[in-house]
Design a protein around this ligand. Structure first.
Ligand code: HEM
Ligand code: HEM
Length: 218
């Protein structure tokens, strides 16, 4: 088995920036006083990260693509049953891990989008709070307060699973998410994706800036 590039830098950057921005979201909402403005700024950044990952799931290199790591029930069963071929075939997310990525992204999108439609009932209204009626506002608030606990539980499970692979199965997954490389028989990716990634980021940044700065104020 040779050491090959599996995780492209945009996917790695997405992952660690997401960890940093979610920690910031927590601190600015729960720990610091008067930091709601920063909670909002970080929220827009998190939304940008999530939109990037969705687009990258269709346009990125092989192992970043949803079609590569989302498999049907047959392959999941073979993986869970421990069949060697099913385990060795893939250098990217495994059959169970792939779906857990989708669960995490879905929860995070719901968390971030709900923030846009809610208010702290004191000073800070999300940019679209006044565009929706009271029932949507209270539903968004319920989602924002409830989903964060679910996210914490899923992230705890995610970190436990990763540590299980690192410590028990001796697979250096965390290092691979840092430098991108793994010892594998699977085909590597090349590194010709920087221009595409930067272009997508620039478009997302401009669109989010435009939408938020043109949101109606009351
Ligand atoms: C806020 C906390 C975290 C969130 C929301 C999160 C979310 C995610 C997501 C969405 C992916 C999929 C990456 C992609 O394909 O785009 C992923 C993969 C991964 N994460 Fe995290 N993560 C968190 C914390 C951590 C921490 C603290 C570690 C290290 C201990 C870690 C290690 C990994 C590894 C190694 C992978 C790749 C798994 C594989 O090889 O299939 N994550 N994470
Ligand atoms: C994934 C991104 C986000 C995360 C993880 C997150 C997390 C949180 C957390 C943990 C709280 C405290 C909830 C509680 O006290 O029960 C909170 C409150 C809040 N968030 Fe977010 N948030 C995100 C995005 C946003 C966005 C984009 C906005 C609006 C632009 C926003 C607006 C608010 C507001 C207004 C509150 C105050 C709620 C209150 O005091 O009742 N959030 N957020």
């Amino acid at each position: 088995m040779k050491i090959k590039l599996i995780w492209d830098w945009p996917t790695r950057a997405f992952h660690w920036l997401l960890v940093a921005s979610l920690s910031g979201q927590y601190i600015t909402a729960e720990v610091m006083d008067n930091a709601m403005q920063w909670h909002f700024y970080l929220g827009y950044f998190t939304i940008g990260l999530l939109i990037f990952r969705l687009i990258w799931g269709f346009t990125g290199p092989l192992y970043a693509r949803f079609a590569q790591f989302l498999v049907g029930p047959g392959k999941i069963k073979a993986y869970v049953a421990g069949r060697k071929a099913a385990r060795r075939a893939n250098a990217g997310h495994n059959a169970v891990g792939g779906w857990s990525v989708i669960i995490m992204l879905t929860l995070l999108i719901a968390q971030a989008v709900s923030g846009l439609f809610m208010s702290d009932e004191i000073f800070w209204d999300g940019p679209f709070y006044h565009l929706v009626d009271a029932s949507v506002q209270s539903y968004a608030s319920w989602v924002h307060h409830t989903f964060f606990d679910v996210i914490l539980a899923v992230v705890a499970l995610h970190i436990t699973a990763v540590l299980f692979y690192v410590l028990i199965k001796k697979q250096p997954l965390i290092n691979a998410m840092i430098h991108g490389k793994k010892a594998t028989d699977a085909p590597p990716i090349d590194s010709s994706h920087s221009g595409r990634a930067l272009f997508i980021c620039a478009v997302i940044a401009v669109v989010i800036y435009w939408i938020i700065s043109n949101a109606p104020t009351w």
